[in-house]
Design a protein around this ligand. Structure first.
Ligand code: 3PG
Length: 377
Protein backbone atom coordinates (compact mmCIF):
# COMPACT_ATOMS: atom_id res chain seq x y z
CA UNK A 1 0.00 0.00 0.00
CA UNK A 2 1.56 3.29 -1.10
CA UNK A 3 0.77 6.39 0.98
CA UNK A 4 -0.08 9.81 -0.39
CA UNK A 5 2.77 11.92 0.93
CA UNK A 6 3.30 15.67 0.73
CA UNK A 7 5.97 15.01 -1.94
CA UNK A 8 3.62 12.82 -3.98
CA UNK A 9 0.83 15.38 -3.69
CA UNK A 10 3.17 18.08 -5.00
CA UNK A 11 3.44 16.15 -8.30
CA UNK A 12 -0.32 16.09 -8.81
CA UNK A 13 -0.93 19.66 -9.99
CA UNK A 14 -3.40 19.50 -12.89
CA UNK A 15 -4.20 15.83 -12.23
CA UNK A 16 -7.77 14.87 -11.45
CA UNK A 17 -7.78 12.90 -8.21
CA UNK A 18 -10.75 10.73 -7.33
CA UNK A 19 -10.75 10.93 -3.53
CA UNK A 20 -12.86 8.43 -1.57
CA UNK A 21 -13.38 10.23 1.73
CA UNK A 22 -15.11 9.42 5.00
CA UNK A 23 -18.10 11.74 4.78
CA UNK A 24 -20.67 9.42 6.35
CA UNK A 25 -21.68 11.63 9.28
CA UNK A 26 -24.84 12.03 11.35
CA UNK A 27 -27.19 14.73 10.00
CA UNK A 28 -30.14 16.30 11.81
CA UNK A 29 -32.63 18.60 10.08
CA UNK A 30 -30.25 19.02 7.16
CA UNK A 31 -27.29 20.00 9.35
CA UNK A 32 -24.20 17.92 10.14
CA UNK A 33 -24.47 16.95 13.83
CA UNK A 34 -20.91 15.78 14.39
CA UNK A 35 -18.15 16.92 12.00
CA UNK A 36 -15.38 14.75 13.55
CA UNK A 37 -14.94 12.69 10.37
CA UNK A 38 -15.21 15.73 8.09
CA UNK A 39 -12.46 17.57 9.94
CA UNK A 40 -10.27 14.47 9.65
CA UNK A 41 -11.10 14.15 5.93
CA UNK A 42 -10.16 17.78 5.27
CA UNK A 43 -6.46 17.04 5.83
CA UNK A 44 -6.19 15.09 2.57
CA UNK A 45 -8.65 17.31 0.69
CA UNK A 46 -6.64 20.45 1.50
CA UNK A 47 -3.30 18.74 0.86
CA UNK A 48 -4.42 17.85 -2.67
CA UNK A 49 -6.25 21.08 -3.32
CA UNK A 50 -3.36 23.27 -2.18
CA UNK A 51 -0.99 21.18 -4.32
CA UNK A 52 -3.11 22.20 -7.34
CA UNK A 53 -4.84 18.88 -7.95
CA UNK A 54 -8.44 18.86 -9.21
CA UNK A 55 -10.26 16.83 -6.61
CA UNK A 56 -13.37 14.71 -7.19
CA UNK A 57 -14.69 13.87 -3.75
CA UNK A 58 -16.75 10.68 -3.43
CA UNK A 59 -18.40 9.05 -0.43
CA UNK A 60 -21.52 7.39 0.83
CA UNK A 61 -23.80 8.65 3.58
CA UNK A 62 -26.18 6.45 5.56
CA UNK A 63 -29.76 7.21 6.51
CA UNK A 64 -33.35 6.69 5.49
CA UNK A 65 -33.88 6.45 1.74
CA UNK A 66 -30.33 6.98 0.48
CA UNK A 67 -29.81 10.56 1.72
CA UNK A 68 -27.95 13.37 -0.01
CA UNK A 69 -24.43 14.58 0.76
CA UNK A 70 -25.67 18.18 0.51
CA UNK A 71 -25.39 18.85 4.29
CA UNK A 72 -21.79 17.68 4.06
CA UNK A 73 -21.27 20.11 1.17
CA UNK A 74 -22.70 22.95 3.29
CA UNK A 75 -20.13 22.15 5.99
CA UNK A 76 -17.13 21.64 3.71
CA UNK A 77 -17.73 24.58 1.38
CA UNK A 78 -16.60 27.02 4.04
CA UNK A 79 -13.23 25.25 4.22
CA UNK A 80 -12.30 24.41 0.58
CA UNK A 81 -13.26 25.73 -2.90
CA UNK A 82 -16.08 23.29 -3.53
CA UNK A 83 -18.98 22.63 -5.89
CA UNK A 84 -21.71 20.05 -5.33
CA UNK A 85 -23.00 17.87 -8.14
CA UNK A 86 -26.35 16.11 -7.70
CA UNK A 87 -25.24 13.19 -9.81
CA UNK A 88 -23.07 10.15 -9.09
CA UNK A 89 -21.18 9.19 -12.22
CA UNK A 90 -23.42 10.36 -15.05
CA UNK A 91 -23.20 13.21 -17.55
CA UNK A 92 -23.63 16.01 -14.99
CA UNK A 93 -20.82 14.64 -12.84
CA UNK A 94 -18.61 14.27 -15.91
CA UNK A 95 -19.33 17.87 -16.97
CA UNK A 96 -18.58 19.21 -13.48
CA UNK A 97 -15.30 17.31 -13.34
CA UNK A 98 -14.40 18.61 -16.79
CA UNK A 99 -15.03 22.19 -15.60
CA UNK A 100 -12.76 21.84 -12.53
CA UNK A 101 -9.70 24.05 -12.41
CA UNK A 102 -6.48 23.40 -10.50
CA UNK A 103 -6.99 23.33 -6.73
CA UNK A 104 -10.79 23.10 -6.94
CA UNK A 105 -12.98 20.34 -5.57
CA UNK A 106 -16.22 18.74 -6.80
CA UNK A 107 -18.28 16.70 -4.36
CA UNK A 108 -20.46 14.21 -6.20
CA UNK A 109 -23.63 12.69 -4.77
CA UNK A 110 -23.87 9.67 -2.39
CA UNK A 111 -22.27 6.82 -4.35
CA UNK A 112 -24.75 4.34 -2.85
CA UNK A 113 -27.49 6.00 -4.93
CA UNK A 114 -26.12 3.88 -7.77
CA UNK A 115 -27.00 0.21 -7.29
CA UNK A 116 -23.59 -0.71 -8.72
CA UNK A 117 -21.74 0.61 -5.66
CA UNK A 118 -22.54 -1.98 -3.00
CA UNK A 119 -22.34 -4.96 -5.39
CA UNK A 120 -19.03 -3.71 -6.79
CA UNK A 121 -20.43 -3.72 -10.31
CA UNK A 122 -17.51 -3.59 -12.70
CA UNK A 123 -19.17 -1.21 -15.17
CA UNK A 124 -19.93 1.22 -12.33
CA UNK A 125 -16.38 0.96 -10.97
CA UNK A 126 -15.05 1.81 -14.45
CA UNK A 127 -17.43 4.76 -14.78
CA UNK A 128 -16.30 6.11 -11.41
CA UNK A 129 -12.64 5.51 -12.28
CA UNK A 130 -13.07 7.41 -15.54
CA UNK A 131 -13.80 10.58 -13.52
CA UNK A 132 -10.14 10.83 -12.45
CA UNK A 133 -6.63 9.81 -13.38
CA UNK A 134 -5.41 9.05 -9.84
CA UNK A 135 -7.35 7.42 -6.97
CA UNK A 136 -6.83 8.14 -3.27
CA UNK A 137 -8.69 6.18 -0.62
CA UNK A 138 -8.97 8.13 2.62
CA UNK A 139 -12.06 6.30 3.89
CA UNK A 140 -10.62 3.77 6.30
CA UNK A 141 -14.01 3.69 8.03
CA UNK A 142 -15.54 2.05 4.92
CA UNK A 143 -12.51 -0.07 3.98
CA UNK A 144 -14.24 -3.19 5.32
CA UNK A 145 -16.81 -2.89 2.51
CA UNK A 146 -16.20 -4.68 -0.79
CA UNK A 147 -17.83 -1.83 -2.68
CA UNK A 148 -17.01 -0.37 -6.10
CA UNK A 149 -15.55 2.88 -4.76
CA UNK A 150 -13.35 0.92 -2.31
CA UNK A 151 -12.10 -2.16 -4.14
CA UNK A 152 -13.32 -1.72 -7.73
CA UNK A 153 -11.82 1.65 -8.67
CA UNK A 154 -8.21 0.89 -7.58
CA UNK A 155 -8.10 -1.84 -10.24
CA UNK A 156 -8.20 0.90 -12.86
CA UNK A 157 -6.21 3.85 -11.51
CA UNK A 158 -2.84 4.48 -9.87
CA UNK A 159 -3.87 4.39 -6.21
CA UNK A 160 -2.72 5.72 -2.85
CA UNK A 161 -3.86 5.71 0.76
CA UNK A 162 -4.82 9.16 2.08
CA UNK A 163 -3.51 10.81 5.25
CA UNK A 164 -6.32 9.67 7.57
CA UNK A 165 -6.27 6.17 6.09
CA UNK A 166 -2.56 5.85 6.86
CA UNK A 167 -3.03 7.35 10.34
CA UNK A 168 -5.74 4.76 11.06
CA UNK A 169 -3.58 1.83 9.95
CA UNK A 170 -0.65 3.13 12.02
CA UNK A 171 -2.74 4.00 15.09
CA UNK A 172 -4.64 0.72 15.13
CA UNK A 173 -1.51 -1.31 14.43
CA UNK A 174 -0.19 -0.02 17.77
CA UNK A 175 -3.25 -1.58 19.39
CA UNK A 176 -2.58 -4.85 17.54
CA UNK A 177 0.91 -5.00 18.98
CA UNK A 178 0.27 -3.99 22.61
CA UNK A 179 3.07 -3.56 25.10
CA UNK A 180 2.57 -5.52 28.31
CA UNK A 181 0.99 -4.83 30.75
CA UNK A 182 -1.92 -4.17 28.44
CA UNK A 183 -5.63 -3.60 28.87
CA UNK A 184 -8.42 -3.86 26.29
CA UNK A 185 -11.92 -2.59 27.06
CA UNK A 186 -14.74 -3.73 24.82
CA UNK A 187 -18.25 -2.38 25.26
CA UNK A 188 -21.38 -2.09 23.16
CA UNK A 189 -24.39 -4.25 22.63
CA UNK A 190 -24.20 -6.89 19.93
CA UNK A 191 -22.17 -9.88 21.06
CA UNK A 192 -22.01 -11.32 17.55
CA UNK A 193 -20.24 -8.20 16.21
CA UNK A 194 -17.80 -8.00 19.14
CA UNK A 195 -17.06 -11.72 19.58
CA UNK A 196 -14.33 -11.88 16.86
CA UNK A 197 -12.68 -8.82 18.43
CA UNK A 198 -12.73 -10.24 21.97
CA UNK A 199 -11.29 -13.52 20.71
CA UNK A 200 -8.59 -11.78 18.66
CA UNK A 201 -7.57 -9.58 21.61
CA UNK A 202 -7.34 -12.29 24.26
CA UNK A 203 -4.05 -13.82 23.04
CA UNK A 204 -2.46 -10.34 22.73
CA UNK A 205 -3.72 -8.50 25.82
CA UNK A 206 -3.14 -9.20 29.52
CA UNK A 207 -6.69 -8.17 30.41
CA UNK A 208 -9.89 -7.78 28.39
CA UNK A 209 -12.62 -5.92 30.26
CA UNK A 210 -16.05 -6.66 28.79
CA UNK A 211 -18.64 -3.93 29.46
CA UNK A 212 -21.92 -2.69 28.00
CA UNK A 213 -24.69 -5.13 27.20
CA UNK A 214 -21.99 -7.68 26.24
CA UNK A 215 -21.34 -8.26 29.94
CA UNK A 216 -24.99 -9.24 30.48
CA UNK A 217 -24.49 -12.21 28.14
CA UNK A 218 -21.69 -13.36 30.41
CA UNK A 219 -23.83 -12.96 33.55
CA UNK A 220 -26.60 -14.99 31.95
CA UNK A 221 -24.17 -17.72 30.90
CA UNK A 222 -22.91 -17.82 34.50
CA UNK A 223 -26.47 -18.41 35.66
CA UNK A 224 -27.03 -14.98 37.30
CA UNK A 225 -30.49 -13.41 37.24
CA UNK A 226 -30.43 -10.73 34.49
CA UNK A 227 -34.08 -9.66 34.82
CA UNK A 228 -35.32 -7.79 31.74
CA UNK A 229 -31.86 -6.76 30.56
CA UNK A 230 -30.86 -6.92 26.88
CA UNK A 231 -29.27 -10.26 25.99
CA UNK A 232 -27.99 -11.66 22.70
CA UNK A 233 -29.31 -14.76 20.92
CA UNK A 234 -27.32 -17.84 21.99
CA UNK A 235 -23.88 -16.25 22.20
CA UNK A 236 -20.91 -18.65 22.01
CA UNK A 237 -18.98 -17.75 25.09
CA UNK A 238 -18.84 -20.84 27.33
CA UNK A 239 -15.05 -21.11 26.89
CA UNK A 240 -14.61 -17.40 27.70
CA UNK A 241 -16.20 -17.81 31.14
CA UNK A 242 -13.13 -19.63 32.44
CA UNK A 243 -10.58 -17.35 30.79
CA UNK A 244 -8.82 -15.52 33.61
CA UNK A 245 -7.96 -12.59 31.32
CA UNK A 246 -11.65 -11.69 30.92
CA UNK A 247 -12.80 -9.14 33.49
CA UNK A 248 -16.47 -8.36 33.97
CA UNK A 249 -18.06 -5.38 35.73
CA UNK A 250 -18.86 -6.25 39.34
CA UNK A 251 -21.74 -3.80 39.71
CA UNK A 252 -24.43 -2.41 37.44
CA UNK A 253 -26.73 0.59 37.16
CA UNK A 254 -30.15 -1.01 37.22
CA UNK A 255 -33.66 0.32 36.62
CA UNK A 256 -36.38 -1.57 38.49
CA UNK A 257 -39.93 -0.92 39.72
CA UNK A 258 -38.59 1.14 42.64
CA UNK A 259 -36.28 3.36 40.57
CA UNK A 260 -32.63 3.44 39.50
CA UNK A 261 -30.02 1.81 41.74
CA UNK A 262 -26.47 0.55 41.61
CA UNK A 263 -26.44 -3.17 42.42
CA UNK A 264 -24.00 -6.02 42.73
CA UNK A 265 -24.44 -7.96 39.47
CA UNK A 266 -25.35 -11.10 41.44
CA UNK A 267 -28.30 -9.39 43.12
CA UNK A 268 -30.65 -8.55 40.27
CA UNK A 269 -34.38 -9.20 40.58
CA UNK A 270 -36.65 -10.45 37.77
CA UNK A 271 -38.04 -6.96 37.05
CA UNK A 272 -34.63 -5.23 36.95
CA UNK A 273 -32.93 -4.00 33.76
CA UNK A 274 -29.22 -3.25 33.50
CA UNK A 275 -28.48 0.03 31.70
CA UNK A 276 -24.88 0.77 32.67
CA UNK A 277 -22.00 -0.60 34.68
CA UNK A 278 -21.46 0.75 38.20
CA UNK A 279 -18.80 2.88 39.95
CA UNK A 280 -17.05 -0.09 41.65
CA UNK A 281 -16.28 -1.52 38.24
CA UNK A 282 -14.61 1.76 37.26
CA UNK A 283 -12.55 1.48 40.46
CA UNK A 284 -11.39 -2.02 39.44
CA UNK A 285 -10.23 -0.60 36.11
CA UNK A 286 -8.24 2.28 37.60
CA UNK A 287 -5.15 0.31 38.75
CA UNK A 288 -5.07 -1.67 35.50
CA UNK A 289 -5.24 1.54 33.45
CA UNK A 290 -2.57 3.17 35.61
CA UNK A 291 -0.13 0.31 34.96
CA UNK A 292 -0.99 -0.44 31.32
CA UNK A 293 1.51 0.52 28.65
CA UNK A 294 -1.13 -0.01 25.97
CA UNK A 295 -4.87 0.52 26.37
CA UNK A 296 -7.42 -0.19 23.65
CA UNK A 297 -11.03 0.90 24.10
CA UNK A 298 -14.00 0.37 21.80
CA UNK A 299 -17.67 0.66 22.69
CA UNK A 300 -19.76 2.31 25.41
CA UNK A 301 -20.26 0.79 28.85
CA UNK A 302 -23.92 1.78 29.12
CA UNK A 303 -27.01 2.32 26.99
CA UNK A 304 -26.33 5.68 25.32
CA UNK A 305 -29.66 5.82 23.50
CA UNK A 306 -31.43 5.83 26.86
CA UNK A 307 -29.03 8.43 28.26
CA UNK A 308 -26.84 6.11 30.36
CA UNK A 309 -23.48 7.63 29.47
CA UNK A 310 -22.05 8.48 32.89
CA UNK A 311 -19.83 5.40 33.42
CA UNK A 312 -18.50 5.70 29.86
CA UNK A 313 -17.60 9.31 30.63
CA UNK A 314 -15.96 8.27 33.91
CA UNK A 315 -13.88 5.73 32.00
CA UNK A 316 -12.92 8.38 29.42
CA UNK A 317 -11.55 10.52 32.29
CA UNK A 318 -9.66 7.58 33.80
CA UNK A 319 -8.04 6.69 30.47
CA UNK A 320 -7.27 10.31 29.64
CA UNK A 321 -5.11 10.42 32.78
CA UNK A 322 -3.53 7.00 32.19
CA UNK A 323 0.17 7.17 31.27
CA UNK A 324 0.25 4.44 28.56
CA UNK A 325 -0.60 4.61 24.87
CA UNK A 326 -4.41 4.74 24.51
CA UNK A 327 -6.16 3.89 21.26
CA UNK A 328 -9.92 4.42 21.15
CA UNK A 329 -12.77 4.20 18.66
CA UNK A 330 -16.48 3.68 18.09
CA UNK A 331 -19.20 6.33 17.70
CA UNK A 332 -20.47 6.53 21.29
CA UNK A 333 -16.98 6.21 22.75
CA UNK A 334 -15.81 9.17 20.69
CA UNK A 335 -18.95 11.14 21.57
CA UNK A 336 -18.08 10.77 25.28
CA UNK A 337 -14.47 11.82 24.70
CA UNK A 338 -15.50 14.82 22.60
CA UNK A 339 -18.14 15.93 25.09
CA UNK A 340 -15.44 16.08 27.76
CA UNK A 341 -12.93 17.75 25.40
CA UNK A 342 -10.45 14.91 25.93
CA UNK A 343 -9.50 14.06 22.30
CA UNK A 344 -5.95 15.28 22.70
CA UNK A 345 -5.36 13.06 25.71
CA UNK A 346 -5.47 9.91 23.60
CA UNK A 347 -2.68 8.67 21.39
CA UNK A 348 -5.11 7.81 18.62
CA UNK A 349 -8.85 8.35 18.20
CA UNK A 350 -10.16 6.29 15.29
CA UNK A 351 -12.83 7.64 12.92
CA UNK A 352 -13.93 4.08 12.15
CA UNK A 353 -16.66 1.87 13.58
CA UNK A 354 -17.09 -1.56 11.98
CA UNK A 355 -13.84 -1.18 10.04
CA UNK A 356 -11.91 -0.72 13.28
CA UNK A 357 -13.40 -3.94 14.67
CA UNK A 358 -12.62 -5.87 11.49
CA UNK A 359 -9.09 -4.52 11.24
CA UNK A 360 -8.34 -5.43 14.86
CA UNK A 361 -9.89 -8.88 14.43
CA UNK A 362 -8.28 -9.75 11.08
CA UNK A 363 -5.25 -7.46 10.73
CA UNK A 364 -6.32 -6.18 7.30
CA UNK A 365 -9.37 -5.03 5.31
CA UNK A 366 -10.55 -5.41 1.70
CA UNK A 367 -9.78 -1.72 1.05
CA UNK A 368 -6.20 -2.16 2.29
CA UNK A 369 -5.68 -5.22 0.10
CA UNK A 370 -7.10 -3.36 -2.91
CA UNK A 371 -4.56 -0.57 -2.40
CA UNK A 372 -1.73 -3.09 -1.98
CA UNK A 373 -2.65 -4.71 -5.30
CA UNK A 374 -3.06 -1.44 -7.18
CA UNK A 375 -0.47 0.21 -9.40
CA UNK A 376 1.04 3.58 -8.51
CA UNK A 377 2.21 6.42 -10.76
C1 3PG B 1 -19.20 3.77 9.05
O1 3PG B 1 -19.96 4.69 9.34
O2 3PG B 1 -18.81 2.93 9.89
C2 3PG B 1 -18.66 3.70 7.66
O3 3PG B 1 -18.88 4.87 6.96
C3 3PG B 1 -19.27 2.52 6.94
O4 3PG B 1 -20.64 2.72 6.86
P1 3PG B 1 -21.61 1.49 6.54
O5 3PG B 1 -21.73 0.71 7.80
O6 3PG B 1 -22.90 2.11 6.09
O7 3PG B 1 -20.97 0.68 5.44
Amino acid sequence: MRALTVERASTLRGHTVLLRASLNVPVENGVVRNPFRLDAALKTVTLLSSAGARVVLISHIDGDGSPSLRPVYEYLKTKVPLVFVEDVAGERARAAVHALTDGHVALIENVRRDAGEVVNDDAFARRLASLGDVYVNDDFAAAHRKHASIIGVPQYLPSYAGLQFVAEVEGLTKALEPKSPSLAIVGGAKFVTKEPLIRALLPKYDFVFVGGALAIDFYKAKGYEVGKSLVSDSPHLADLLTNSKVILPVDATVVGPAGTFVKDVRELLPNDTIYDIGPKSIETLKPLAAKARTVLWNGPLGNFEKGFSSMTEELAKVLADAPGVSVVGGGDTIAAIQKLGLNDKFEFVSTAGGAMLDFLAHGTLPGIEALKNAKTL
